[in-house]
Ligand binder design. Structure first.
Ligand SMILES: [Zn+2]
Length: 264
Protein backbone atom coordinates (compact mmCIF):
# COMPACT_ATOMS: atom_id res chain seq x y z
CA UNK A 1 0.00 0.00 0.00
CA UNK A 2 2.80 2.39 0.94
CA UNK A 3 4.54 1.57 -2.33
CA UNK A 4 1.43 2.42 -4.35
CA UNK A 5 1.01 5.76 -2.54
CA UNK A 6 4.66 6.68 -3.17
CA UNK A 7 4.35 5.65 -6.82
CA UNK A 8 1.19 7.78 -7.16
CA UNK A 9 2.91 10.86 -5.74
CA UNK A 10 5.91 10.24 -7.99
CA UNK A 11 3.47 9.85 -10.91
CA UNK A 12 2.10 13.38 -10.36
CA UNK A 13 5.61 14.81 -10.58
CA UNK A 14 6.52 12.57 -13.51
CA UNK A 15 3.32 13.77 -15.22
CA UNK A 16 4.55 17.36 -15.20
CA UNK A 17 7.85 16.13 -16.65
CA UNK A 18 5.82 14.43 -19.42
CA UNK A 19 4.00 17.70 -20.17
CA UNK A 20 7.36 19.45 -20.49
CA UNK A 21 8.80 16.59 -22.58
CA UNK A 22 5.86 16.63 -25.03
CA UNK A 23 5.98 20.42 -25.38
CA UNK A 24 9.76 20.60 -25.77
CA UNK A 25 9.83 17.72 -28.26
CA UNK A 26 7.31 19.70 -30.32
CA UNK A 27 9.16 23.02 -30.14
CA UNK A 28 12.60 21.42 -30.37
CA UNK A 29 13.85 22.97 -27.10
CA UNK A 30 16.41 21.02 -25.13
CA UNK A 31 15.05 19.22 -22.12
CA UNK A 32 16.49 20.45 -18.83
CA UNK A 33 18.40 23.25 -20.56
CA UNK A 34 16.33 26.04 -19.06
CA UNK A 35 13.62 26.48 -16.45
CA UNK A 36 9.98 25.95 -17.41
CA UNK A 37 8.27 29.02 -18.76
CA UNK A 38 4.81 30.11 -19.84
CA UNK A 39 4.33 29.23 -23.52
CA UNK A 40 2.31 32.45 -24.04
CA UNK A 41 4.26 35.22 -22.25
CA UNK A 42 7.57 33.33 -21.97
CA UNK A 43 7.97 34.34 -18.30
CA UNK A 44 10.05 31.84 -16.31
CA UNK A 45 7.82 30.06 -13.84
CA UNK A 46 8.48 30.17 -10.10
CA UNK A 47 8.77 27.00 -8.05
CA UNK A 48 5.30 27.69 -6.58
CA UNK A 49 3.86 27.48 -10.13
CA UNK A 50 5.27 24.04 -10.73
CA UNK A 51 3.41 21.85 -8.22
CA UNK A 52 1.47 19.24 -10.20
CA UNK A 53 -2.31 19.78 -10.26
CA UNK A 54 -2.20 21.99 -7.12
CA UNK A 55 -0.62 24.98 -8.90
CA UNK A 56 -3.10 24.72 -11.75
CA UNK A 57 -6.04 24.70 -9.29
CA UNK A 58 -4.58 27.58 -7.23
CA UNK A 59 -4.10 29.67 -10.36
CA UNK A 60 -7.57 28.63 -11.59
CA UNK A 61 -6.04 27.52 -14.87
CA UNK A 62 -4.51 30.92 -15.73
CA UNK A 63 -0.90 32.07 -16.01
CA UNK A 64 0.09 34.14 -12.93
CA UNK A 65 1.90 36.67 -15.11
CA UNK A 66 -0.13 37.16 -18.30
CA UNK A 67 -3.50 35.70 -17.28
CA UNK A 68 -3.72 33.55 -20.40
CA UNK A 69 -5.49 30.22 -19.82
CA UNK A 70 -3.24 27.21 -19.16
CA UNK A 71 -4.44 24.10 -20.98
CA UNK A 72 -6.37 21.52 -18.96
CA UNK A 73 -3.97 19.05 -20.58
CA UNK A 74 -1.43 19.82 -17.83
CA UNK A 75 -3.39 18.68 -14.74
CA UNK A 76 -5.14 15.91 -16.73
CA UNK A 77 -1.82 14.37 -17.84
CA UNK A 78 -0.46 14.65 -14.28
CA UNK A 79 -3.49 12.85 -12.84
CA UNK A 80 -3.53 10.18 -15.57
CA UNK A 81 0.19 9.53 -15.00
CA UNK A 82 -0.33 9.15 -11.25
CA UNK A 83 -3.28 6.76 -11.73
CA UNK A 84 -1.59 4.66 -14.39
CA UNK A 85 1.63 4.45 -12.32
CA UNK A 86 -0.40 3.19 -9.35
CA UNK A 87 -2.29 0.65 -11.48
CA UNK A 88 0.95 -0.40 -13.21
CA UNK A 89 2.36 -1.36 -9.83
CA UNK A 90 -0.81 -2.64 -8.16
CA UNK A 91 -1.24 -5.55 -10.56
CA UNK A 92 2.37 -6.70 -10.50
CA UNK A 93 3.95 -8.98 -7.93
CA UNK A 94 5.80 -7.05 -5.26
CA UNK A 95 9.40 -6.90 -6.48
CA UNK A 96 11.94 -9.08 -4.78
CA UNK A 97 15.68 -8.47 -4.85
CA UNK A 98 17.48 -5.64 -6.57
CA UNK A 99 16.70 -6.67 -10.17
CA UNK A 100 12.99 -6.82 -9.37
CA UNK A 101 13.17 -3.20 -8.21
CA UNK A 102 15.26 -2.21 -11.23
CA UNK A 103 12.67 -3.82 -13.54
CA UNK A 104 9.88 -1.94 -11.75
CA UNK A 105 11.64 1.41 -12.16
CA UNK A 106 12.30 0.80 -15.88
CA UNK A 107 8.69 -0.35 -16.31
CA UNK A 108 7.41 2.92 -14.82
CA UNK A 109 9.68 4.89 -17.17
CA UNK A 110 8.16 2.84 -20.03
CA UNK A 111 4.62 3.67 -18.84
CA UNK A 112 5.64 7.35 -18.69
CA UNK A 113 6.92 7.18 -22.27
CA UNK A 114 3.64 5.48 -23.32
CA UNK A 115 1.71 8.46 -21.93
CA UNK A 116 4.06 11.00 -23.56
CA UNK A 117 3.65 9.30 -26.95
CA UNK A 118 -0.14 9.05 -26.56
CA UNK A 119 -0.43 12.75 -25.66
CA UNK A 120 1.80 13.76 -28.57
CA UNK A 121 -0.18 11.60 -31.02
CA UNK A 122 -3.53 12.98 -29.77
CA UNK A 123 -2.29 16.57 -30.07
CA UNK A 124 -0.31 16.43 -33.31
CA UNK A 125 -1.22 13.08 -34.98
CA UNK A 126 2.40 12.03 -34.95
CA UNK A 127 4.68 9.65 -33.07
CA UNK A 128 8.06 11.44 -33.11
CA UNK A 129 11.03 9.22 -33.97
CA UNK A 130 13.03 10.56 -31.02
CA UNK A 131 10.30 9.52 -28.55
CA UNK A 132 9.88 6.06 -30.12
CA UNK A 133 13.68 5.64 -30.00
CA UNK A 134 13.72 6.54 -26.28
CA UNK A 135 11.02 3.91 -25.72
CA UNK A 136 13.15 1.35 -27.56
CA UNK A 137 16.13 2.12 -25.31
CA UNK A 138 13.94 1.67 -22.22
CA UNK A 139 12.55 -1.64 -23.55
CA UNK A 140 16.07 -2.96 -24.25
CA UNK A 141 17.07 -1.92 -20.72
CA UNK A 142 14.03 -3.74 -19.36
CA UNK A 143 14.93 -6.98 -21.16
CA UNK A 144 18.58 -6.73 -20.02
CA UNK A 145 17.39 -6.35 -16.42
CA UNK A 146 15.21 -9.45 -16.95
CA UNK A 147 18.28 -11.33 -18.16
CA UNK A 148 20.24 -10.31 -15.05
CA UNK A 149 17.25 -11.28 -12.90
CA UNK A 150 17.57 -14.84 -14.23
CA UNK A 151 15.07 -14.95 -17.12
CA UNK A 152 15.88 -17.54 -19.80
CA UNK A 153 17.17 -16.61 -23.24
CA UNK A 154 13.76 -17.41 -24.73
CA UNK A 155 12.04 -15.04 -22.36
CA UNK A 156 14.22 -11.95 -22.55
CA UNK A 157 15.58 -12.26 -26.12
CA UNK A 158 13.89 -14.73 -28.47
CA UNK A 159 10.24 -14.08 -27.59
CA UNK A 160 10.73 -10.27 -27.71
CA UNK A 161 12.41 -10.61 -31.13
CA UNK A 162 9.50 -12.72 -32.40
CA UNK A 163 7.02 -10.15 -31.03
CA UNK A 164 8.89 -7.21 -32.54
CA UNK A 165 9.48 -8.70 -35.99
CA UNK A 166 6.00 -10.21 -36.44
CA UNK A 167 4.17 -7.06 -35.26
CA UNK A 168 6.41 -4.91 -37.45
CA UNK A 169 5.86 -7.22 -40.46
CA UNK A 170 2.08 -7.20 -40.08
CA UNK A 171 1.87 -3.43 -39.67
CA UNK A 172 4.33 -2.80 -42.47
CA UNK A 173 2.07 -4.86 -44.73
CA UNK A 174 -0.98 -2.80 -43.65
CA UNK A 175 1.04 0.36 -44.27
CA UNK A 176 2.02 -0.74 -47.81
CA UNK A 177 -1.39 -2.18 -48.78
CA UNK A 178 -3.26 0.88 -47.49
CA UNK A 179 -0.71 3.23 -49.07
CA UNK A 180 -0.19 4.81 -45.66
CA UNK A 181 -3.88 5.59 -45.13
CA UNK A 182 -4.67 2.64 -42.84
CA UNK A 183 -1.53 2.71 -40.80
CA UNK A 184 0.96 5.53 -40.35
CA UNK A 185 4.71 4.99 -40.46
CA UNK A 186 4.98 5.96 -36.77
CA UNK A 187 2.60 3.14 -35.82
CA UNK A 188 4.76 0.65 -37.74
CA UNK A 189 7.86 1.70 -35.77
CA UNK A 190 5.93 1.76 -32.50
CA UNK A 191 4.62 -1.83 -32.78
CA UNK A 192 8.19 -3.06 -33.29
CA UNK A 193 9.09 -1.61 -29.88
CA UNK A 194 5.87 -2.81 -28.24
CA UNK A 195 6.51 -6.32 -29.60
CA UNK A 196 10.03 -6.21 -28.13
CA UNK A 197 8.53 -5.35 -24.75
CA UNK A 198 5.71 -7.89 -24.72
CA UNK A 199 7.23 -10.83 -26.61
CA UNK A 200 5.46 -13.47 -28.77
CA UNK A 201 1.82 -14.10 -27.94
CA UNK A 202 1.24 -11.17 -25.52
CA UNK A 203 2.00 -8.93 -28.52
CA UNK A 204 -0.87 -10.59 -30.37
CA UNK A 205 -3.16 -9.99 -27.40
CA UNK A 206 -2.06 -6.34 -27.19
CA UNK A 207 -2.79 -5.78 -30.89
CA UNK A 208 -6.19 -7.51 -30.74
CA UNK A 209 -7.10 -5.33 -27.75
CA UNK A 210 -5.92 -2.18 -29.56
CA UNK A 211 -8.00 -2.90 -32.68
CA UNK A 212 -11.10 -3.78 -30.65
CA UNK A 213 -10.91 -0.80 -28.31
CA UNK A 214 -10.24 1.54 -31.26
CA UNK A 215 -13.28 0.14 -33.11
CA UNK A 216 -15.47 0.51 -30.03
CA UNK A 217 -14.34 4.09 -29.36
CA UNK A 218 -14.81 5.04 -33.04
CA UNK A 219 -18.38 3.68 -33.02
CA UNK A 220 -19.15 5.65 -29.85
CA UNK A 221 -17.55 8.86 -31.21
CA UNK A 222 -19.50 8.59 -34.48
CA UNK A 223 -22.78 7.64 -32.73
CA UNK A 224 -22.48 10.60 -30.36
CA UNK A 225 -21.52 12.82 -33.35
CA UNK A 226 -18.30 13.89 -31.60
CA UNK A 227 -16.47 12.75 -34.73
CA UNK A 228 -17.56 12.03 -38.28
CA UNK A 229 -16.54 9.04 -40.36
CA UNK A 230 -13.99 11.17 -42.17
CA UNK A 231 -12.08 12.31 -39.08
CA UNK A 232 -8.82 10.53 -38.50
CA UNK A 233 -8.53 9.19 -34.98
CA UNK A 234 -4.85 8.50 -34.21
CA UNK A 235 -4.18 4.81 -33.60
CA UNK A 236 -1.06 5.25 -31.44
CA UNK A 237 -2.90 5.78 -28.12
CA UNK A 238 -4.89 2.56 -28.70
CA UNK A 239 -1.72 0.59 -29.48
CA UNK A 240 -0.12 1.93 -26.30
CA UNK A 241 -3.20 1.23 -24.17
CA UNK A 242 -3.51 -2.29 -25.62
CA UNK A 243 0.17 -2.96 -24.91
CA UNK A 244 -0.20 -1.67 -21.36
CA UNK A 245 -3.17 -3.98 -20.75
CA UNK A 246 -1.33 -6.92 -22.35
CA UNK A 247 1.77 -6.30 -20.19
CA UNK A 248 -0.29 -6.48 -17.01
CA UNK A 249 -3.02 -8.96 -17.94
CA UNK A 250 -1.91 -11.11 -20.91
CA UNK A 251 -1.95 -14.30 -18.84
CA UNK A 252 -5.43 -13.60 -17.43
CA UNK A 253 -6.79 -12.64 -20.86
CA UNK A 254 -5.35 -15.78 -22.49
CA UNK A 255 -6.77 -18.00 -19.74
CA UNK A 256 -10.17 -16.33 -19.97
CA UNK A 257 -10.20 -16.67 -23.77
CA UNK A 258 -9.23 -20.34 -23.64
CA UNK A 259 -12.04 -21.07 -21.19
CA UNK A 260 -14.53 -18.88 -23.08
CA UNK A 261 -13.76 -20.52 -26.43
CA UNK A 262 -13.73 -24.02 -24.96
CA UNK A 263 -10.08 -24.62 -25.87
CA UNK A 264 -9.14 -25.44 -22.29
ZN1 LIG B 1 2.01 33.66 -19.20
Amino acid sequence: MALIAIVGFYGLIYGSFINALVWRTHTGEKIGRERSHCPKCNKTLAVKDLFPVVSWLMLRGKCRYCGEPISKQYPIVEIITAISFMLSVAFLDKPEAVFGWAALIVWLAIVGQFIALAVYDLKWRLLPNSMVATLLVLVVMYQIVQAFAGAGLGEWLISPLIGAVSAFGFFYLLHILGKGAWMGGGDVKLVFVLGALLGGWPTLIGLVLAFNIAALVSVVLIATKLRTRKDVVPFGPFLLFGAWLAFLFADDIAEWYMRFSGLA
